[in-house]
Design a protein around this ligand. Structure first.
Ligand SMILES: Cc1ncc(COP(=O)(O)O)c(C=O)c1O
Length: 339
């Protein structure tokens, strides 16, 4: 298996972050996609964070290493997080806490949403990540559906209550997107080097995009984050996260318009599979034998297919597979029919 298409010259800031709590044995695989490349007229590669392995894999393993490094350094005995019941992040965080000997407490909703649109879609409440987080010993505090802000507020209340009871608690932001999460992806960028014209990936809570964009700033590589949530103001959240990272690392912050964040493939919304994404799952499975998840990587790959078709992607392109596989089983495997 090939590893890299040029030695990494990506600039790593000398950052005073806490140590990593190691969960990943080495770089995730990077390899060409020989069937899709000629079909799309690209030199198309895939970065396999889905194969990171620990706790079922995915991009979140990189963030969890850093977050648990801080939790252990600060002497925490429990982490308090929040998310959707089918969150990949909560699954991996729960597995990491098991390894680190920490308690994992999380406030969950089946379908947190961005007001005013409360989606009618009901995601599965069992199977997939929900059951795996339980297997890894996470303690879920379930709330009726509400906004992301309400979910985050409930997380803060839970943390305050546990602190009052005497627990040493570390609070973790949605999706693990913090300066540590960004740092994890600044470092990950070095695994593929500077040989790509484009990197395309799923973007949601932001640290994957902010980290990769910081790492490739000023290089030939253009990072394109594909929205999985219908939130046009997300570019401003990316800029805010960049400022947070810059304050911790001393690097120059990026402004909202420096991020290439694309809406248009999120379908009906977060946690809702889209027809284009389901078609993208079939295409990847049937041409390359690789599985995508319906909530993140399928939507990002659907975007890549469209961008290639319209000629906006050219040359050497890396699809960064961010994982999420358990949800393919929870939400259902797309059949042969065209949706
Ligand atoms: C499988 C998968 N891909 C992509 C993302 C998006 O990553 P980020 O939250 O860093 O934007 C997530 C996070 O929710 C995820 O679980």
């Amino acid at each position: 298996m090939s590893r890299g298409v040029g030695l990494a010259r990506v600039i790593l800031p000398d950052v005073p972050f806490a140590d990593r709590f190691p969960l990943i044995p080495g770089p995730s695989p990077l390899h060409p996609l020989p069937a899709l490349s000629p079909e799309l007229g690209l030199d198309l590669w895939i970065k396999r964070d889905d194969l990171l392995g620990f706790g079922g894999g995915g991009n979140k393993v990189r963030k969890v290493e850093r977050l648990l490094g801080r939790a252990l350094r600060d002497g925490a005995e429990a982490v308090v997080a929040c998310g959707s019941r089918q969150s990949n992040f909560l699954r991996v965080l729960a597995a990491g806490c098991r390894r680190a000997g920490l308690r994992c407490e999380a406030v969950v909703m089946d379908m947190p949403f961005e007001p005013p649109a409360r989606p009618a879609f009901r995601p599965p409440t069992s199977g997939g990540n929900a059951d795996l987080a339980g297997l890894f010993g996470a303690r879920f505090h379930a709330l009726p559906d509400g906004s992301w802000e309400e979910l985050d507020e409930a997380r803060r209340r839970l943390a305050a209550r546990l602190k009052e009871e005497g627990a040493r608690v570390m609070e973790i932001s949605v999706g693990g997107s913090s300066a540590e999460g960004v740092q994890a992806f600044v470092e990950a960028a070095a695994e593929i080097g500077e040989g790509f014209d484009f990197v395309v990936h799923a973007s949601s809570s932001g640290s994957t995009q902010v980290g990769l964009s910081h790492a490739f700033r000023g290089t030939r590589t253009q990072v394109i984050g594909i929205a999985c949530d219908p939130e046009p103001e997300m570019a401003h959240d990316l800029a805010a996260l960049s400022s947070q990272f810059s304050a911790a690392s001393g690097s120059l912050p990026m402004t909202a318009d420096e991020f290439d964040f694309r809406l248009g493939w999120e379908g009906e919304g977060y946690n809702i599979p889209s027809p284009e994404g389901q078609a993208a799952i079939r295409r990847m499975a049937q041409s390359e034998g690789i599985l995508l998840d319906p909530i993140y990587s399928a939507k990002a790959f659907a975007a890549l297919l469209d961008l290639a078709k319209e000629g906006s992607l050219t040359g050497r392109v890396c699809f960064w597979h961010t994982g999420g596989l358990p949800n393919l089983f929870a939400f259902g495997i797309p059949g042969q029919s065209t949706e």
